[in-house]
Design a protein around this ligand. Structure first.
Ligand SMILES: NC(=O)c1ccc[n+]([C@@H]2O[C@H](COP(=O)([O-])OP(=O)(O)OC[C@H]3O[C@@H](n4cnc5c(N)ncnc54)[C@H](O)[C@@H]3O)[C@@H](O)[C@H]2O)c1
Length: 402
């Protein structure tokens, strides 16, 4: 049914470009569309503008074979996939403007029988808004199959997970759900599960909120254990020996552009009824402030004891272990808060060679020389370092050595 289909993908970032390259390598004719001419030109040269393992080879071969070309304006196609950003405005209000703009931009080229898929992580009701925008722009939506299919890939493993993960497809009507699910079955080896659009939207937000709530529980425990003079790592290890308990690990907070963002889409719409989800967001953000306060109190203690300013090594700046991504990073926030307090801070991020505004230090030198060593991210490089200063371990990196 889809063998000769032409696919247009709007938004050529971390989700859209890997999807475009994968589908082109599967033999589909793919047009990638982006509003950035830099992105379009880079891809048309067979090159990539983002870092993701294996993506360069996929894009090169897709462009060389003529199956993938990029452009600034959508062309007539059989299937349209929207993979544009869904950030939030100030005050944690979801911003679906990119989705609505992308939907408007295809209205002139959508034809009866076409498929329109929203892949962007979206507040509940957004797929229906896409349908409405198309209808208001003159498209007969009774003839178009519209669905949501949220993406749940893990950066660093995108090319594999695009194929292997189970997918949820939520149709604006049941027929759209089935048609779109059959399209995903042409390249996904995981199971493709069909539901309605609102449930599919909520499922994606629920997955990330589930992670956030469970991390918040661990983070709250870590704060309480500090107060009660209990080792939280030992506590969790012991409690997890219960056959039905599985507590996650605490950390410096929660960062990145998914788990720290998507729960707010539920809170914004759910208001007073989204209590635990809001509380989890607040607890995880508070954990970052608490870490900063804890370090500042250690600095004060050092100054009183030794009558001089200590150097503090901030071990890790990324938002999670073993990556170079600093977006919404709680570790970066702690570092910046300490700098703002005029603390002598040594920034360490072994996954980055350089940073445009932060002077980075070698992790061995910094841990060796600093008066206070604070572990903010459990990067693998930190697992067997020697330190002579006071150690504050907020991510369990020293515990894992046991
Ligand atoms: N990156 C991830 O790991 C990940 C995982 C799951 C879900 N998501 C979701 O996928 C969606 C896309 O995220 P991303 O990480 O790929 O974003 P991104 O910022 O990497 O890329 C989005 C691209 O869309 C382009 N764009 C913006 N408006 C456009 C328009 N009207 N027409 C065409 N192109 C347009 C931008 O120029 C950009 O290149 C978001 O909703 C995100 O939450 C991302």
């Amino acid at each position: 049914m889809f063998s000769n289909s032409k696919i247009c993908i709007l938004g050529l970032g971390y989700i859209g470009l890997p999807s475009a390259a994968l589908l082109a390598n599967k033999g589909y004719q793919v047009q990638g569309v982006d509003v950035s001419s830099h992105v379009v030109d880079t891809i048309n040269r067979g090159e990539i503008h983002i870092v993701e393992p294996e993506l360069d080879a996929f894009v090169r071969s897709a462009v060389n074979s003529g199956h993938l070309k990029a452009g600034l304006q959508p062309e007539t196609s059989d299937i349209f996939i929207l993979a544009v950003p869904t950030p939030f405005h100030d005050g944690f209000v979801p911003n679906i403007d990119y989705v609505l703009e992308a939907a408007k931009s295809i209205a002139d080229v959508v034809r009866p029988g076409n498929v329109v898929i929203l892949e962007s992580t979206s507040p509940v009701g957004t797929t229906e808004k896409v349908a409405k925008i198309l209808e208001e722009s003159g498209v007969d939506i009774s003839q178009v199959h519209i669905a949501h299919c949220p993406e749940r890939v893990l950066p660093g493993h995108i090319m594999r997970e695009l194929v292997e993960n189970d997918r949820i497809v939520g149709g604006v009507d049941p027929e759209a759900g089935e048609i779109v699910a059959n399209f995903y079955r042409t390249f996904v080896s995981g199971e493709v599960l069909v539901t309605d659009a609102r449930t599919a939207e909520m499922a994606k937000l629920t997955e990330n909120s589930f992670r956030d709530v469970n991390i918040a529980f661990a983070n709250e425990l870590s704060i309480l254990c500090d107060k009660f003079k209990i080792d939280v790592w030992e506590l969790i290890r012991l409690a997890n020996r219960h056959p039905r308990v599985n507590i996650l690990q605490p950390g410096t907070g929660v960062g990145g552009h998914c788990i720290a963002v998507d729960p707010w889409f539920i809170v914004d719409a759910g208001g007073e009824d989204a209590r635990i989800i809001r509380a989890a967001r607040e607890i995880n953000d508070y954990k970052t402030e608490w870490v900063t306060a804890r370090v500042l109190s250690e600095v004060q203690h050092f100054e009183k004891s030794f009558d001089k300013k200590p150097t503090v090594a901030c071990m890790g700046l990324a938002f999670k272990p073993n990556i170079d991504d600093l977006r919404e990073s709680p570790a970066l926030e702690v570092f910046q808060a300490l700098v703002a307090e005029n603390i002598d801070v040594l920034a360490v991020e072994p996954n980055l060679k350089e940073h445009k505004s932060i002077r980075l230090h070698d992790f061995i030198d910094a841990s060796d020389t600093a008066d206070i060593v604070i572990y903010l991210v459990a990067h693998k490089e930190f697992s067997d370092l020697t330190t002579k200063g006071k150690v504050l371990d907020f991510c369990g990196v020293t515990v894992k050595q046991k």
